[in-house]
Write a protein that binds this ligand. Structure first.
Ligand SMILES: Cc1ncc(COP(=O)(O)O)c(C=O)c1O
Length: 470
């Protein structure tokens, strides 16, 4: 029985000021933080005993739910056996077992995995791999990487240079290489056709990438990178069919590597092992992180197709890259346990089936006039909020006013939300992701949707969103 979120017995929250968090350098000193102390399955509890439905899987990473004993046991066993050895100098067994299992889980032709500790590192590694791939083949001028206007590829140097996420980037801008940006290829706000053209829209957006390659000079372009379903930068938006197929053709024509950033979408989130498998397209490099460790350890991965890894075989000095924690045995043992759990519980199929049900139920949010778009695949859904459905004008309360209100209302109603935005013009625009653990069933979806209704209704009341539209 779904409990009614409007009447749920919620205790008060006693958040701690950002200035009083032990020795932490908090994200925002001037903010109060709720302390989360425990998690089990799709639920987490704060220090005051309030429970929250974790509709964002931690940070889109807690794919198999909180508190899985098998993973805890795998970590304990590995730490007691060998917590660390350097991958620069030695091989280790958990990394071999984990990468062998990943090779079975990835599409045909992907045989090797470079293991790192985060999504940002996975993308940095992919770009450096692409660069060295071209240099080793005698194309020394190729270094530029084309990405999309609304995208997020991480917070480190190259990854941030690739990202089209003004809210996270503008302040630091002078630090980054100004890599070329292609249209976002997000149908709801397609820069080229308004998204109405369907497959033609997809092809047109891809053709814009070709023009960019020609403008930059194909001899300078090493790679194109895209999220198959966009995460924080554009809440579960994905291009029309035809886009990735055409991108593949273009990349082949200009000897440009096609990197798919599956940091958020990989390992089952969208109902396929990797989201690019929704289309009949084989990329050159897949990156992933988040769900592949289930949040139990910081893990990321760069997975080149055989045609890329082949170039590195036989090189005396190998790949000119690496970190202390590459192929960390403890993380690998944890990753292996998580992937076994995903397979043993058929969680990719569950993400597909329960995700379809979530998608259906999310259509209900269309009843709010200030919800402009409902989108997504599998257990990765997004809502975009607008002041005017016809013009798609952002809310007057756009930015932190709306996004903080949504997050707080979610807490009031026992659900974690992930508001974000700035995608319309660099400062305005609001959306939220809905990305629950892959373990949930239809009953949890019903509860999630009820709590979301209560949350959105509360924000409407507090900010007078509907009244403003009358
Ligand atoms: C698509 C995508 N790429 C890269 C990253 C960066 O990953 P990390 O935060 O693990 O460095 C993220 C993180 O949100 C992401 O969603």
């Amino acid at each position: 029985m779904t409990d009614d979120p409007t009447t749920r017995d919620r205790r008060s929250r006693n958040p701690t000021p950002g200035t009083d968090l032990g020795g932490m350098f908090p994200r925002v000193f001037e903010k109060d933080y709720v302390t989360i102390v425990r998690g089990e399955g799709h639920t987490v509890w704060d220090a005051d005993g309030n429970d929250y439905l974790d509709a964002i899987s931690g940070n889109q990473n807690v794919a198999i739910g909180h508190g899985v004993p098998e993973v805890a046991q795998a970590a304990k066993t590995q730490i007691e056996t060998l917590e660390y050895t350097s991958s620069m100098l030695f091989a280790n067994e958990p990394a071999q077992a984990f990468t062998a299992k990943i090779a079975d889980f990835t599409p045909d032709g992907f045989e090797h995995t470079w293991l790192v500790s985060s999504g940002s590192e996975a993308n940095e590694s992919a770009v450096k791999m692409a660069r060295q791939y071209h240099v080793e083949r005698g194309n020394e001028r190729k270094y530029k990487v084309i990405s999309r206007r609304r995208s997020y590829h991480g917070n480190t140097g190259i990854a941030m240079a690739l990202s089209g996420f003004p809210a996270r980037k503008s302040m630091m801008e002078p630090l980054y290489e100004d890599f070329p940006k292609a249209p976002s290829a997000a149908p709801y706000r397609c820069e080229l056709c308004g998204g109405e053209a369907g497959r033609d829209c997809g092809v047109r957006c891809a053709d814009a990438v070709e023009r960019l390659i020609q403008d930059e000079g194909p001899e300078n372009v090493a790679a194109f990178i895209a999220e198959p379903v966009t995460g924080a930068a554009n809440a579960a938006a994905s291009p029309h069919d035809g886009y990735f197929e055409r991108i593949r053709e273009i990349c082949d024509e200009y000897d440009v590597l096609f990197i798919v950033d599956e940091v958020m979408t990989g390992f089952g989130r969208t109902g396929e092992n990797f989201a690019i498998e929704h289309w009949d397209v084989t990329p050159d490099i897949i990156t992933s992180a988040k769900g592949m460790s289930g949040g139990y350890s910081p893990i990321g991965a760069t997975m080149p197709h055989r045609r890329v890894s082949d170039v590195f075989e036989g090189l005396e000095n190998g790949f000119m890259h690496g970190h202390t924690y590459c192929f960390n045995p403890t993380s690998a043992a944890i990753g292996l346990a998580v992937l076994e759990y995903i397979e043993d519980h058929d969680l990719v199929a569950n993400a597909r089936e329960v995700g379809a049900y979530l998608g259906k139920r999310c259509e209900e949010f269309d009843e709010y006039e200030f919800v402009g778009d409902v989108r997504g695949k599998g257990l990765m859904r997004g809502l975009e909020f607008v002041a005017d459905r016809v013009t798609k004008e952002p809310l007057a309360q756009t930015g932190s006013e709306f996004q903080s209100a949504l997050f707080e209302a979610g807490l009031d109603n026992g659900i974690l939300t992930y508001p974000s935005g700035s995608h319309v013009d660099g400062t305005r625009g609001d959306h939220t992701l809905i990305t629950p653990p892959l373990t949930i069933d239809r009953g949890v979806v019903d509860e999630l949707v009820e709590r979301m209704h209560a949350t959105v209704t509360q924000v409407d009341r507090e900010l007078s969103l509907s009244t403003a539209l009358d």
